[in-house]
Each structure stands twice: as C-alpha cells, then as structure tokens.
Design a protein around this ligand. Sequence first.
Ligand code: CA
Length: 225
Amino acid sequence: MKNNKKIVVSTLILFAAIIGFVLFLNREKEETVSENSVKEHPPIENQPTIGESGAPVSIVEFGDYKCPSCKSWGETVYPKLEEEYINTGKANFSYVNVLFHGKESTLAALASESVYKQDPKAFWAFHKAVFAAQPESQNHDDQWVTTEKLLEIAKDHAPNVDLKQLEKDINAQETIEEVNKDDQLVKDYSVQFTPTIIINGTMLEDPFDYEKIVSLIEKELEGKK
Ligand code: CA
C-alpha cells in the first residue's frame, strides 16, 4: 500500500514538473512573439519617402499592392498620419515592396520602382492610384494587375513618366534590382504579414491601432526633445 502511494505521489510530481516545464516553454515563446523591437530601423536610402528627410520619426510600411489590408490601411490610417505627423514635419514615411501575392505583386512593384526612378515626386500619386484600382471585393485570386493597367494609371497620375520606358521596366524586369533589394529587406526583417509598419525601430503588432501608433510617435518625439 505504502509503495503504491509513493508511486502515485512521484507520478504526480513528475506530471506537475512536465506541465510546469511546458508552461515555461510556452511563456518563453509568447515573450519572443510579443517582443517587437527590431534590431535596427530599416535603411530608407533609395526608398520612396514622403515628408521631411530630417524628421525625428521615420515610419516604414512594408506593403503589397495586391493586399486588401494594405489598401484599407492606406485609406483609413495613413491619411491621419499624413495630416498629424507627416505634413507637420514630425515624421516621414517610406514604402518598401513585399511580394506575397506572386506575379501581380511583382508587376506592380516593378512599375512602382520605375515610376520612382523616373519621377520620384510622382511616386505617391501613382502609389495611391494603384491601391485605388484594387477592386473593393478583392478575392486574392482575382487578377487585376496587368502591364496595361499600370501604364494606364501612370498615364493619368504620373504624366512626366516615359510610358515606353515604364513598359520596358515592367516587361523586361529592368527595375528588378530594386525589387530584389526590397525583398531582401522583407527577409532581413522577418516580415510575416502586410502591411507591416515599423516606427523608429519598433514593429507594430497591430498596424490598425492608431492610438498605439500615436503613443509610439509621441514617445519618440518626447525622447528627441
Ligand atoms: Ca523599393
């Protein structure tokens, strides 16, 4: 009887130890996931940037023209940021291409790099117009990014861009080097979803949480005073 009791007690202790260990491992995992400071802020040289170059806060979006959440972020969160922080010289904003949706993502990225190379000032109008052209009820499989569509958008929104050159840049992948540089940043920063927003080296868990964005930016501005 006594021996049986001992076995039961030691089995219970063993189970408790295993459960404790599993909980400990999970806790470690959660801590790693919620840790959102990246090693250093992404380099923004040669990336399209809007706002004052010397602004104290740098915001980087990793986005994909094929991604419905990016369209929605650009139409709901970005305008508030632009009004409160970019136009006031407190922050600047850069865009890096992500290619999560295959060929169409790549086509749009090639075109955006061509427009940026040819007429950097026209980039943002083109960028906005590409997202505006994304169908509202987009199913990821609906094809809407084509060379023709991109040329049409450039004709309307980036009038100084040479359309022949743009067509060549898209079809012969002449701007692929810049697209590949962006893709390398996506890997370097382990970008898992789009849009991913990094503010002075901190990657947001929820890019749609505007209150959190404001508190992060204000904290950075406070620190720079
Ligand atoms: Ca780029």
